[in-house]
Design a binder for this molecule. Structure first.
Ligand SMILES: Cc1ncc(COP(=O)(O)O)c(C=O)c1O
Length: 349
């Protein structure tokens, strides 16, 4: 604030450089939301009429930004263990019009990057990874932000790092990076000279200053999330009717969310009743997401329940319990005890 420069300037540039280095990408381009990042990525990689395969079980923006650029989101089902795109179902939905895939590293668990990248190569598709919930997540030895073609991040307050509102694109393709920079700022190449249609999707120096500090703290925040996840897992293992999140494949899970699945064969409470019971015990939880995308009014006609059995089931059974770095071991013990006691009371005998 003392510098007097609140718009995008040197701090944004510095934040971008540090972010690119942190994730192992050549370029990072900051924007003012994760939605803006997806919009710019789709706009650069898709043409009107192209199809892009997206998970049926994710936040709306992964799919709606395809509509925003005139492309068609084609939903695919997800894997019940990892909550991320099921490569076999993706393969079934590829057509002549398919141009790209948009896998989501949901809750911080990386998608099956090896299988999806293989599919993309075989069918000459581009990949836009939605890493809005996966800052600090790894696949093999690599950060998820280093994969081709483009990775999109959000810095919304509930994410692993925040700038209030904000987002980032990472890529190793200089042409994409140049395109994103132009489009985020009125297609301007020099002062008041505009060579392309563009927008104002810039991050401010003010927000980038927050981002730099958050990035510095990210490794410790991820370690705390992973420690909390391990404690919750240990204390909840074997609880009737509670299925715990697992790491599948060579993944470093960033645990943006710790999401349980409730087994309705075992519990005589619905997910919503279970959530209310926890709230009565003082434990706030959340549902990500209660509605599969094909059921959203905006996507009427994009598919039926029988096309997405896993996504439909997850929307009815998932429940995210607190895992954020601010929790103490006592908080975790209290959360785990509330879940265990609620489950035991609700277990069918
Ligand atoms: C998976 C996913 N994609 C995209 C977004 C959009 O990000 P933002 O809210 O910053 O626009 C979010 C977060 O809200 C998200 O969780």
């Amino acid at each position: 604030m003392k510098s007097g420069h609140l718009r995008a300037g040197r701090v944004v540039e510095d934040f971008e450089k540090r972010f690119a280095i942190a994730v192992g990408a050549r370029f990072a381009v900051a924007v003012n939301s994760g939605t803006a990042a997806l919009y710019l990525a789709y706009r650069a990689l898709l043409k009107p009429g192209d199809e892009i395969i997206v998970p049926d079980f994710t936040f709306i923006a992964t799919a709606s930004m395809a509509l925003a650029v005139g492309a068609k989101p084609v939903f695919a089902d997800v894997d019940p263990e990892t909550f991320t795109l099921d490569p076999a179902d993706v393969a079934r939905r590829i057509t002549r019009r398919t141009r790209a895939l948009a896998p989501v590293h949901l809750y911080g668990h990386p998608a099956d990057i090896a299988a999806l990248a293989r599919l993309a190569r075989r069918h000459r598709l581009q990949v836009i990874w939605d890493a809005a919930q996966a800052h600090g997540a790894h696949y093999g030895s690599r950060d998820v932000g280093s994969f081709a073609d483009v990775v999109c991040y959000s810095f919304y307050p509930s994410k692993n790092m925040t700038t209030g509102e904000g987002g980032m694109l990472t890529t190793s393709d200089p042409q994409f990076a140049a395109e994103f920079r132009l489009a985020r700022s009125h297609g301007e190449v020099s002062r008041y000279r505009h060579i392309r249609l563009g927008f104002n999707l810039r991050l401010t120096d003010f927000a980038a200053a927050l981002g730099r500090e958050q990035l510095r703290r990210l490794p410790a925040a991820i370690r705390a999330r992973q420690r909390n996840a391990a404690l919750l897992t240990r204390q909840l293992e074997g609880t009737p009717g509670i299925l715990l999140p697992r790491c599948v494949g060579p993944v470093g899970h960033a645990f943006n969310l710790f999401t349980l699945r409730l087994d309705s064969d075992v519990l005589n409470l619905s997910r919503d009743e279970f959530q209310e019971a926890l709230l009565r015990r003082g434990i706030e939880t959340a549902v990500h997401y209660p509605t599969p995308l094909h059921r959203q009014p905006i996507f009427r006609g994009f598919g039926n329940d029988r096309d997405f059995p896993v996504s439909v089931r997850l929307a009815q059974t998932v429940l995210s319990i607190p895992v954020h770095p601010g929790l103490t071991e006592r908080d975790i013990a209290r959360i785990a005890q509330a879940v265990r006691e609620t489950a035991k009371t609700a277990a069918r005998t």
